[in-house]
Design a protein around this ligand. Structure first.
Ligand SMILES: Nc1ncnc2c1ncn2[C@@H]1O[C@H](COP(=O)(O)OP(=O)(O)OP(=O)(O)O)[C@@H](O)[C@H]1O
Ligand SMILES: [Mg+2]
Length: 232
């Protein structure tokens, strides 16, 4: 089966005023549908940089990036933007919910297209299904300031899931939550992989990392395997 993502020899170099500085080098990584991968690593090791390359916010300077087998290593921003919204769901440490909108409206923001009654009704059904998937459908009418951190993060995950992305990228999604609440958020992400989503989770928490199928570690921009997956 063609992997969702295949990175080969991917590198990123920062070219500022001084000496160019390597942020990522020789990164090889594969992700299949339904697979989950944790990425551990010290602060500054390149985790967020790697996620932003995978999520097409940036392009590698070296190596190859295949998405569903298509080489997108050097694609232009227009196409990247289209792929980003079609293929990926993003979850961040800070939830980035709009506080004057309800949970439903926040999730619906990810579906801003289509007009008219039928489209609106269908949109509402998708939003409610996404909120239900993460266990917060009963909070649909609440605004973020009335929700706990864990509830807000679940709304943010519903927003990431509502377009049915094939790949979920989560950058320290439990970083602002206590351990128990964080574990619930990991449950929700894990459930998405059972529906076939690929998941890349950046975390500092070993317990959370160990819930993933594979554990990788970035050491100063070099990706190594800490725990390989069970091969089937
Ligand atoms: N836009 C930028 N300009 C300059 N340096 C940058 C930029 N983005 C990242 N860096 C540098 O690249 C390196 C990797 O940063 P990155 O944010 O990927 O680390 P991280 O592993 O996500 O760290 P953290 O755990 O703190 O989030 C760091 O040394 C950082 O200072
Ligand atoms: Mg980071």
């Amino acid at each position: 089966m063609t992997p969702l993502i295949q990175l080969t020899g991917v590198g990123k170099t920062l070219k500022g005023q001084g000496e160019p500085r390597s942020i990522l080098s020789g990164v090889d990584m594969t992700l299949h549908a339904g697979e989950s991968v944790a990425i551990l690593g010290r602060s500054g090791s390149g985790k967020s940089t790697l996620l932003s390359l995978i999520g097409l916010f940036d392009r590698p300077d070296d190596g190859q990036y295949l998405l569903h087998g298509n080489d997108i290593s050097r694609i232009a921003e227009r196409r990247a933007a289209r792929l980003r919204s079609a293929e990926f769901g993003f979850v961040f440490q800070r939830f980035f919910l709009l506080k004057h909108l309800t949970a439903m409206q926040n999730v619906a923001m990810a579906l801003v297209n289509g007009q008219g009654w039928a489209a609106r009704r269908r949109r509402r059904a998708r939003v409610m299904a996404a909120l239900d998937q993460v266990g917060v459908a009963h909070l649909a009418k609440q605004r973020p300031p009335r929700l706990s951190g864990g509830e807000q993060q679940r709304v943010a995950i519903a927003r990431a899931l509502v377009r049915e992305p094939r790949i979920l990228l989560a950058d320290e999604p439990t970083g602002a939550l206590d351990t128990e609440t964080g574990a619930l958020v990991i449950d929700v992400l894990h459930a998405a992989t059972e529906r076939g989503c690929g998941l890349v989770l950046v975390t500092h928490d070993h317990a959370h990392a160990n819930r993933m199928g594979r554990v990788l570690r970035l050491n100063d921009g070099v990706l190594v395997t800490e725990r390989a997956g069970v091969s089937v």
